[in-house]
Design a protein around this ligand. Structure first.
Ligand code: NDP
Ligand SMILES: C/C=C/C(C)=O
Length: 331
């Protein structure tokens, strides 16, 4: 028997989440595990932007959704033996009982691969979903060529910081857009050619200076007015990968000008995606990102909040830009 803690979506989100949206509860998990089930204990939990828009599809009283790296405490499933580690979408819970056959295909748990000594927390970062998002969302949709100019917004976050570095590995010129001086300084230290602080700079003017020959690829994490500014500076046959629109997760979308003319005249291609599209190729992104980490060409950073009781603070902090790199909660 274990006493699990879980965070409940107590009150529907409206605007930026506050502590009032969440409630901490306990639940006793007892009884024999059934065939195929395993019992887990969370080690690292992820707080991600998608939780804000996705939760609005769930009724009040649901457990908050989310991924975690967990230890298997007991098992009746040979694929997830006792003592092993697993990456699973068990929600904001300290403990969970999972039967993988009952989980939707895009959220299936999987055994944590061998990280060759890298921290387990990377299973929810560069060696997990955000790493796959950067790898496939950038390479498959932007199809960057050596010498091209790439812009990435949300550039100091979990996904954006990886996209910029992958673009450098592919021989591109990279401009990152982020929300503080410290973030801009960090991404420059990663090798980004330019960094623009969208909260203090005239982004349009700075982008013209940084990319005098225009932009070939835009990896869009934020949408809104930043996306409009970058679109207007795209080159002929430019490619835009729409990863997320965090600028409107807590508010109504910003009104931007009709983009159709730019798409026609510049023959642009824009494509949105969900990372699950490439679930069958997960090991490719994992293997390549791990290799780049080992070679020293791909660096990662984490903002770690200690304590399961601080999940809401970590989540709100991430939505308000307090994280540099991946926002993680350590139990
Ligand atoms: N399509 C897919 O399959 C996936 C999409 N995503 C998307 O990728 C994006 C980045 O996710 P992730 O890397 O995990 O998160 P981050 O680590 O980048 O954290 C979120 C960051 O967003 C920035 N931000 C918050 N509000 C705004 C705003 N109004 N305008 C611009 N930036 C803002 C903040 O940085 P700053 O200080 O710079 O403002 C904050 O640190 C999100 O849009 C997310 O939904 C992520 C995973 C999968
Ligand atoms: C899986 C995550 C999706 C977004 C849009 O963040």
């Amino acid at each position: 028997m274990v006493v699990a803690k879980k965070w409940i979506y107590a009150k529907a989100f409206s605007g930026l989440p506050t502590a009032d949206n969440f409630r901490l509860e306990e639940e006793t998990l007892d009884g024999e595990l059934k065939e195929n089930e395993f019992l887990t204990e969370a080690v690292y939990l992820s707080v991600d932007p998608y939780m804000r828009p996705f939760m609005t599809q769930h009724p009040e009283g649901s457990v908050m959704i989310g991924g975690q790296v967990a230890k298997v405490l007991d098992s009746k499933n040979p694929k997830f033996p006792k003592g092993s580690y697993v990456v699973g979408a068990f929600g904001w819970r300290t403990h969970a009982i999972c039967n993988p056959d009952e989980v939707a295909p895009e959220w299936k748990p999987y055994p944590l691969p061998d990280f060759d000594g890298e921290p387990l927390s990377l299973g929810i970062g560069v060696l997990g979903m955000p790493g796959q998002t950067a790898y496939f969302g950038f390479l498959e949709i932007c199809k960057p060529k050596e010498g091209e100019t790439v812009v990435v917004s949300g550039a100091a976050g979990a996904v954006g910081s990886l996209v910029g570095q992958i673009a450098k590995i592919k021989g591109c010129k990279v401009i990152g857009i982020a929300g503080t001086e410290a973030k801009c300084e960090w991404i420059r230290s990663l090798g980004f050619d330019h960094a623009i602080n969208y909260k203090t700079a005239d982004v349009e003017a700075e982008l013209k200076k940084a990319a005098p020959d225009g932009v070939d690829c835009y990896f869009d994490n934020v949408g809104g007015s930043t996306a409009e500014i970058v679109r207007k500076q795209m080159n002929l046959f430019g490619r835009i990968s729409v990863c997320g629109t965090i600028s409107d997760y807590n508010s109504e979308p910003t009104q931007v000008s009709d983009p159709q003319r730019d798409f026609v005249w510049k023959q642009l291609r824009q494509e949105g995606f969900m990372v699950f599209r490439w679930n069958d190729r997960m090991s490719e992104a994992f293997g390549q990102n791990l290799q780049w980490i080992k070679e020293g060409t791909l660096k990662y950073r984490e903002t770690i909040t200690e304590g399961f009781e601080n999940m809401p603070q970590a989540f709100i902090g991430m939505l308000t830009g307090e994280n540099i790199g991946k926002a993680v909660v350590k139990v």
